[in-house]
Design a protein around this ligand. Structure first.
Ligand code: RB5
Length: 154
């Protein structure tokens, strides 16, 4: 399943993305349907991350003004790999190398002024598979960091 959520700054972009994906017959579940002008991105990040963590195959799109706050908050949850993607390359690599399960986009950024660019970034993210191989070792090290949660290392 694909989930989407935005804070107050990304409502318009979120709606455009939902229409774009629906037109391509891709179902996307809006976890912030009840968006208000008071929404805070950490609350949306938590709801989005909870959905993603229910199934390994799940992906999500998180939107705030820059994508940064949303990604920082999502990445506090164990098992979440949220990536701010600003072009097709970073979107493709976020999946291929990092097995990112949440793409974070900035609704107030220069790149988001060009909606076609946003659609290309999304396509790159959604159409790319994790490569595995040597990246498994690196993702395992991230899991170790999550478990230890300290600054001492091994
Ligand atoms: C909200 O005004 C804004 O700070 C938020 O959307 C986001 O850009 C934070 O990273």
């Amino acid at each position: 399943m694909i989930f989407i959520g935005s804070d107050h700054s990304g409502i318009n972009l979120k709606e455009l993305i939902i229409s774009y994906l629906n037109n391509k017959k891709i179902r996307v579940i809006d976890i912030s349907e009840a968006n208000t002008a008071e929404d805070d991105y950490p609350d949306i990040a938590l709801s989005l991350s909870k959905e993603v963590l229910k199934n390994n195959e799940n992906l999500a799109i998180g939107i705030c003004g820059t994508g940064i706050g949303m990604s920082i908050a999502c990445n506090k949850l164990k098992g979440i790999r949220a990536a701010v993607c600003v072009d097709e390359y970073t979107a493709e690599m976020a999946r291929k190398h990092n097995n990112a399960n949440i793409i974070c986009l900035g609704a107030r950024t220069a790149y988001s002024k060009d909606i076609e660019k946003i659609y290309k970034i999304l396509d790159a993210f959604l159409n790319t598979q994790y490569e595995g191989g040597r990246h498994d070792r690196r993702l395992q090290k991230i899991r170790t960091l999550e478990e230890k949660n300290d600054l001492e290392g091994e």
